[in-house]
Design a protein around this ligand. Structure first.
Ligand code: PRX
Length: 660
C-alpha cells in the first residue's frame, strides 16, 4: 500500500471556484451559517461526551435510557450508549404515528415497468408488523441472521425493517451479485433464512434472483439455509421446494398487523453488510443498533437539511450501505418521504430519472458521479425535456467527482441554484463523515469540503505524522463516532489490522485508517484522492483486486492472475486483468470471453473485466512478488517509471509492452 504516482498531488486539479449557498437557501436551513457550523464543531471537540449525549437524547426515542455515552475499555471495540434500550423501527415508524404524521407518505415506489405504490407511515408500520409476525411464524427469532437478496421493491425495505423489529440482524446482499457471491455470504454469516423474490426488473430484463438462491443452496449453502421466503414480483415460473420455500404473500396474508417491537440493547447487532477489502474474501461489516440509528439519523438531517414537505430520492440500491442509511434508516428515522426506484436509466428510457423527478416533484436528489458522467455523455437535451424545477438540493456519493461533472450537475440538473453536497463515507463509517452542510458551506467543485461536527479527520504519512497543507497522505479519523462499524463478522483480528493498526502513530492510539488518500488545501478543504490499497471503484462499486484475482485463478485454465484498475472517464476505474494460462492451454481468443464470463459467474456483472491481457508470465520481483506498479502503468498506457532493477526477468516486461 503506497501513495504512488496514481495518487500523487500533481494529478489533482487546482480548483479555486467557490459556490456559496444563496442567502435564500441559507436563511431557510437548519444550520444557517459557517459560524453556526463551526460552533457546533467546537462543542463536539471540546466536550464530545456532552455533544453525543445531548443528540442521542434529543433525536432518539429510548425504551430505557443509556448511562454511558462511550465505553472505551476494550478500544477499538468501542461501545456506545451502553445501557440504553430501543428499537430502530420504533424510531423509524411508531414515533411518527404518535407524533401525528401517520398519514404522511413514508415511501414512494416506482417499478421499472412503470407500476408504482405509496405507503404512509401508518401503512408501512402495518406492513412491517405483518412481515415481522410472518418471520416469527417460521421460527425466526432475535439474534438470527437473515439474508435479504431482493430487487428494489418495497418488500426489500419492509423485510429489513421487519428483521430489525424482531431483533434479527439482516445481511442484505446486492441483487447484482452472482449465486457464488451469495453462497459465500450465506456461509460466512451462517444465515439460516433468506428473503428473496422470484426476480426483479433491470434494464428491461428479468433478473432471476430465486434461481440464484437455489444455485447458492445447491452449491454449498444447503447445510446452512433452512427456509426461503419468496416475494412474487415478476410472476415468472420458478421452482419452490416443499417446506423450505414459502411465498411472502401467503405467509403475510393472515398475519396480525401489530407486532410489539423487540427491546434491543444499544450494542445489539442491527446488520451485517459485506464489502470488499484488500484480501480475497469480502468482509462482513457489523453495525449495531443505537449508534447507527443516531448517526444515520443525524447525518441525514444535517446534510439534506430535511423539511416536512421534501420528497427525497436516493438512487442507490438497498444492497449497499447508501441504501441502508439513506433510503431506509436515515430518512424514515427523520419522518421524511423517501423515494425508491427499481430501475436505472437504460437505452429504452434515458430520461428515466428525470421523468421520476418531474412526476413526484422530487426536491432532494442523491446519486453517484458515475451516473452523472453517463448523463453528461448522453447530452443535456435529455434532462432539458423535463421539468426539474422542484429540485432544491443535490448530492453525490461513492467516488471522487471530477469538477467537470460537478459543474454539469450544478448547471444542467440544479439550474445553478441547488447546492451540491459531495458526501464522503464508507460501509464501515455507517453514515457520512465529510460533506458540506448545504446552508453553511461554500462548495468547491470536486471537494467534499469539511468533516461533520463530531468527526475529527487528519491527513497523515505512514508514521502517523500530520502532512503539510496540500500534501497528499492517508485519511484518518481521530476520534470514535457512534455510527462506526463495531467489528468484522467472525474476524476481529482483521478489524484490528485493516483499520486500526496499519499506520503506526506516535503516542496516539485508536486512530481509524479509512483506506483513502486525501489532501487538505490552504482553505482547509478536503480533497479525496481515492483508495490507497488494492481496492478499486468501478462505477462507484467497491471491488478488491484480489477478489477478482481469486475468481480468475479458480478457472481451470488460469495459472496466475493480477488485476489492476485503469482510469476510465465514465466508470471512474475499469478492471484490467493480466493472466497467465496453464502450460497446456493455448492462448486462443475464446479464452478471454470465457474468463470474463467466469468472473461474472463468480462475483457478478459489476466485476466483469474490461480487458484481459494473456501473457506467458507476469513481472515479478526476485522474491516472487508481482510488481503491480508496472502493471498499472501498462494498463494506463504510461511509460514505466521508477526502479525496475528488482524485476526478476526484464524480458517479461518487453513482451508485455508489445501486447498491452
Ligand atoms: O474510496 C472511498 C469512496 O468509496 C469508498 C467506500 O466505498 P463503500 O464502502 O462501498 O461506500 C460507498 C458509499 C458510501 C471510500 O473508501 N468514496 C465514497 N464517497 C466518496 C468516495 N470517494 C470520493 N468522494 C466521495 N464523496
Amino acid at each position: 500500500m503506497t501513495l504512488d504516482k496514481k495518487h500523487s498531488i500533481n494529478n489533482i486539479l487546482e480548483e479555486n471556484r467557490l459556490f456559496p449557498p444563496s442567502k435564500e437557501f441559507s436563511d431557510k436551513s437548519n444550520i444557517k451559517s459557517f459560524e453556526e457550523l463551526q460552533s457546533l464543531k467546537k462543542q463536539s471537540l471540546e466536550n464530545p461526551t456532552k455533544f453525543w449525549e445531548s443528540f442521542a437524547n434529543s433525536e432518539i426515542d429510548w425504551f430505557e435510557p443509556f448511562q454511558t455515552v462511550l465505553d472505551r475499555e476494550n478500544a477499538p471495540f468501542f461501545k456506545w450508549f451502553k445501557e440504553g434500550k430501543l428499537n430502530i423501527t420504533y424510531n423509524c415508524l411508531d414515533r411518527h404515528i404518535k407524533n401525528g404524521i401517520g398519514n404522511k407518505t413514508a415511501l414512494v415506489w416506482e417499478g421499472e415497468p412503470g407500476d408504482n405504490k405509496k405507503y404512509t407511515y401508518q401503512e408501512l408500520l402495518k406492513e412491517v408488523c405483518k412481515a415481522s409476525n410472518a418471520l416469527k411464524s417460521l421460527g425466526i427469532k432475535k439474534g438470527d441472521l437473515v439474508c435479504i437478496y431482493m430487487p428494489m421493491i418495497p418488500e426489500a425495505m419492509v423485510a429489513m425493517l421487519a428483521c430489525a423489529r424482531i431483533g434479527a440482524p439482516h445481511s442484505v446482499v446486492f441483487g447484482g451479485f452472482s449465486s457464488e457471491s451469495l453462497k459465500d455470504r450465506l456461509i460466512d454469516g451462517n444465515a439460516r433464512f433468506v428473503i428473496t423474490a422470484d426476480g426483479g426488473f433491470r434494464k428491461d430484463k428479468v433478473i432471476e434472483l430465486k434461481k440464484a438462491v437455489d444455485a447458492a443452496i445447491e452449491s454449498g449453502a444447503n447445510k446452512i439455509v433452512e427456509k426461503v421466503i419468496v416475494v412474487q414480483r415478476t410472476k415468472k415460473d420458478i421452482s419452490m421446494v416443499n417446506n423450505r420455500d414459502f411465498w411472502w404473500h401467503e405467509l403475510l396474508k393472515d398475519q396480525k398487523d401489530w407486532c410489539e417491537p423487540e427491546i434491543m440493547n444499544s450494542e445489539d447487532r442491527l446488520f451485517v453488510l459485506y464489502t470488499s477489502g484488500s484480501t480475497g474474501k469480502p468482509k462482513g461489516v457489523v453495525h449495531t443498533t443505537a449508534g447507527y440509528n443516531l448517526w444515520s439519523h443525524l447525518t441525514f438531517k444535517w446534510i439534506f437539511d430535511i423539511k416536512d414537505d421534501d420528497v427525497y430520492w436516493c438512487t442507490a440500491d438497498v444492497g449497499w450501505i447508501t441504501g441502508h442509511s439513506y433510503i431506509v434508516y436515515g430518512p424514515l428515522s427523520n419522518g421524511a418521504t423517501t423515494l425508491m426506484f427499481e430501475g436505472v436509466p437504460r437505452a429504452s428510457n434515458l430520461g428515466a430519472f428525470w421523468e421520476i423527478i418531474q412526476k413526484y416533484k422530487v426536491t432532494i436528489f442523491y446519486t453517484a458521479p458515475t451516473a452523472i458522467r453517463s448523463f453528461m455523455k448522453s447530452g443535456r437535451e435529455i434532462p432539458d425535456q423535463y421539468d426539474l424545477r422542484s429540485l432544491r438540493l443535490l448530492g453525490t456519493v461513492g467516488e471522487p467527482i471530477n469538477p467537470e461533472a460537478w459543474m454539469w450537475y450544478r448547471e444542467v440538473i440544479g439550474d445553478n441554484k441547488c447546492p451540491i453536497v459531495d458526501t464522503w463515507w464508507q460501509t464501515e463509517t455507517g453514515g457520512v463523515m465529510i460533506s458540506p452542510l448545504p446552508g453553511a458551506v461554500a462548495t468547491k467543485p470536486g471537494s467534499a469540503t469539511f468533516s461533520l461536527p463530531g468527526i475529527e479527520v487528519e491527513v497523515v504519512d505512514k508514521n502517523g505524522e500530520k502532512v503539510v497543507e496540500n500534501e497528499g497522505g492517508y485519511l484518518v479519523v481521530k476520534k470514535p463516532w457512534p455510527g462506526m462499524m463495531r467489528t468484522i463478522h467472525e474476524n476481529s483480528q482483521r478489524y484490528l489490522e485493516s483499520y486500526w493498526e496499519y499506520i503506526s502513530f506516535k503516542g496516539e492510539k485508536n486512530v481509524y485508517f479509512a483506506g483513502d488518500g486525501a489532501r487538505i488545501d490552504n482553505d482547509g478543504y478536503i480533497w479525496i484522492m481515492g483508495r490507497v490499497d488494492d481496492v478499486i471503484s468501478v462505477s462507484g462499486h467497491r471491488l478488491g483486486t484480489m477478489e477478482i484475482e481469486s475468481a480468475l485463478v479458480s478457472h481451470k485454465s488460469v495459472a496466475e492472475a493480477a488485476v489492476v484498475g485503469r482510469k476510465d472517464d465514465l466508470k471512474g476505474e475499469a478492471i484490467v486483468a493480466f493472466v497467465s494460462l496453464e502450460k497446456d492451454i493455448n492462448s486462443f481468443p475464446e479464452i478471454v470471453e470465457e474468463l470474463k464470463k467466469h468472473v461474472v459467474n463468480e462475483i457478478g456483472i459489476i466485476a466483469k473485466p474490461e480487458k484481459i491481457i494473456i501473457s506467458d508470465s507476469l513481472p515479478k520481483t526476485r522474491s516472487g512478488k508481482i510488481m503491480r506498479r508496472i502493471l498499472r502503468s501498462l494498463a494506463e498506457g504510461e511509460k514505466i517509471s521508477g526502479d525496475i532493477s528488482t524485476l526478476e526477468d526484464s524480458s517479461v516486461l518487453e513482451k508485455l509492452k508489445e501486447i498491452s
